[in-house]
Write a protein that binds this ligand. Structure first.
Ligand code: HEM
Length: 124
């Protein structure tokens, strides 16, 4: 059981910073603040890297189960979706509302999927 508590705490902190900066970006609108958008995407990137590194390390210690792999894969796919839609909403070009809707919805799915995967990994 490697520092499960710390994994959950750091994931929570990363999500908090990404969500708060995201809501701030949405409220302030275009043109987005350069500092805020960089904080938003760099902290999001750090969270994804930490998540993947954690899964790879745990897998080296003892092979992950099918459900844990599935949870990790879904989370990574959602993160990719967030990076694609995040990049699209940040460019200075009109985007279909669906892209914004997706970028507003996917964070909650990613939060759920991350929490579920970390829950499955407890005691691993
Ligand atoms: C794990 C990855 C990410 C998460 C969890 C995330 C989460 C969020 C959240 C919660 C919001 C606020 C949505 C709302 O108001 O309901 C938001 C907004 C935003 N995010 Fe992200 N984001 C991620 C990655 C990115 C990336 C990589 C970029 C840019 C390259 C980006 C650019 C933006 C922009 C520009 C907004 C404001 C959109 C608007 O005007 O409504 N995000 N994000």
């Amino acid at each position: 059981m490697i520092t499960t508590k710390w994994q959950a705490i750091s994931a929570g902190l990363f999500f908090l910073v990404v969500f708060l900066s995201g809501f701030w970006l949405s409220r302030s609108g275009k043109p987005y603040s350069g500092i805020l958008i960089n904080v938003h995407k760099l902290v999001a990137l750090a969270a994804v890297v930490l998540f993947v590194v954690t899964l790879v390390r745990l897998n080296r210690i003892a092979a992950l189960g099918a459900l844990e792999v599935a949870g990790g894969a879904v989370t990574v796919l959602l993160a990719i979706g967030l990076f694609v839609t995040g990049a699209l909403v940040s460019i200075d070009h009109p985007m279909p509302p669906l892209v914004f809707t997706l970028h507003h919805l996917l964070p909650y799915l990613a939060l759920l999927s991350t929490a579920a995967t970390l829950y499955l990994l407890r005691g691993h």
